[in-house]
Design a protein around this ligand. Structure first.
Ligand code: SF4
Ligand code: SF4
Length: 293
C-alpha cells in the first residue's frame, strides 16, 4: 500500500492528476478477491493524530506504549518535522494484518488505509491563502480492485470508508503541516524545542495532557477551571486544543491568551532556585574543606 495520503507542495514535479469528489472511478475491494491483503503486505502507512488516538484506545494502551510498540519515526521534510508510520515486519507486511482474516483493527484502521486506492491531497495554490482538498488515484499492479465491475464517485467512496470523520478530526493538523511546508526554506529550521513540542502535541496525547495540566502551563495561559476539567478526560477536545496550541507555538497565531510576563516570572523564579542551589553547593564544598583541615 503506497502512502500518498498527505499534503504535497503544489509545485511538486510529480504532481499527480488532481481529482475532485465528483470524479468517478472503477473499484471494489472485498474478502475473497484474488489480491486480498496484497496491499497490507506492502504497507507504508503514515499516521495522523486521530489515527493514533483511535488505535491506542482500541488496544487500551497509553500513548507512550502505542508509539513504542506500533510505530516507527521518519522525517516529514528536510527540516526534520517528525512523522510516524505503522510498524511492519522486515518484508513490509503490516503488523495489524491477521493472516487470511485481514486487518485486525479494521474498524479503527488509519486514514491511509481507508482511502486506498484514493489519495487525499491537501494543498494550497500559490496565489491563494485557502487550503484545498483534492484527490488522486493510485493504480498499483497488485491491486485487482480496479478491474471490478463497480463505478463509484470519490465522495461516495469517502462516505463508504468512513473517511469523513477522520478528515474532520485531522483537518487542522493537515493545515498546520501545509502551512509549515508553504512557509518554505526562508523561515529556517524550527528549533529542537519546537520539533519536540510538535511531536508531543501531534502524537503523544497523554504527555500533552500532563503538560497542559501542569502548574507551569496553568500559570502561563489564561484558561479557566472548566477548560482544565474538560481536557482532563476528553481526548477529542484535548486534541483540538493541541492543534490550536501548535498554531500559536509554531506560527505565533495568538488565540490562547497568555498571562503577562509569565515567561519572565518563570525565569525570575528559576533564578532564585539556581542561586539557592549555588549557595548550597558552595556551603557543601566549604564544609568539605573544613573537614579536610
Ligand atoms: S492497518 Fe489494516 S488495512 Fe492498514 S495496512 Fe495494516 S492491516 Fe492493512
Ligand atoms: S483490491 Fe486492492 S485494496 Fe483490496 S485487498 Fe486487493 S490490493 Fe488491497
Amino acid at each position: 500500500m503506497s502512502n500518498e495520503n498527505f499534503d504535497l507542495p503544489f509545485e511538486s514535479p510529480n504532481l499527480p492528476q488532481l481529482l475532485t469528489g465528483d470524479t468517478r472511478f472503477r473499484f471494489r475491494c472485498y474478502k475473497g478477491i484474488s489480491c486480498f491483503n496484497a496491499c497490507c503486505k506492502r504497507a507504508d502507512v503514515t499516521l495522523a493524530p486521530y489515527d493514533i488516538l483511535r488505535l491506542k484506545l482500541r488496544f487500551g494502551l497509553t500513548s507512550e506504549e502505542f508509539l513504542k510498540q506500533h510505530t516507527v519515526p521518519f522525517q516529514m521534510d528536510q527540516d526534520g518535522v517528525p512523522g510516524l508510520k505503522l510498524r511492519t515486519d522486515d518484508e513490509g507486511t503490516c503488523l495489524m494484518l491477521d493472516g487470511e482474516n485481514g486487518c485486525k483493527v479494521y474498524e479503527d484502521r488509519p486514514t491511509v488505509c481507508r482511502y486506498y486506492p484514493v489519495a487525499l491531497l491537501n494543498m494550497r495554490k500559490k496565489d491563494s491563502s485557502q487550503a484545498e482538498e483534492n484527490y488522486s488515484l493510485i493504480s498499483e499492479s497488485h491491486c485487482k480492485g480496479h478491474l471490478e465491475d463497480r463505478e463509484i464517485s470519490i465522495e461516495d467512496y469517502r462516505i463508504e470508508q468512513g473517511c469523513k470523520e477522520y478528515d474532520d478530526r485531522n483537518r487542522d493538523w493537515y493545515r498546520l503541516i501545509l502551512k509549515k511546508k508553504s512557509a518554505g526554506p526562508g523561515v529556517g529550521r524550527p528549533s529542537e524545542m519546537s520539533l519536540q513540542v510538535f511531536f508531543m502535541a501531534s502524537y503523544n496525547l497523554d504527555m500533552f495532557r500532563r503538560f497542559v495540566l501542569s502548574e507551569n502551563f496553568r500559570r502561563s495561559y489564561r484558561l479557566n477551571d472548566a477548560f482544565f476539567r474538560v481536557v482532563e478526560t476528553d481526548d477529542l477536545i484535548l486534541m483540538d486544543f493541541a492543534f490550536q496550541f501548535l498554531r500559536q507555538a509554531l506560527f505565533g497565531e495568538k488565540s490562547i491568551a497568555e498571562v503577562e510576563n509569565a515567561w519572565e516570572k518563570r525565569v525570575e523564579e528559576r533564578k532564585e532556585v539556581w542561586e539557592l542551589r549555588t549557595q548550597a553547593e558552595l556551603a557543601r564544598r566549604q564544609q568539605g574543606v573544613m573537614n579536610d583541615e
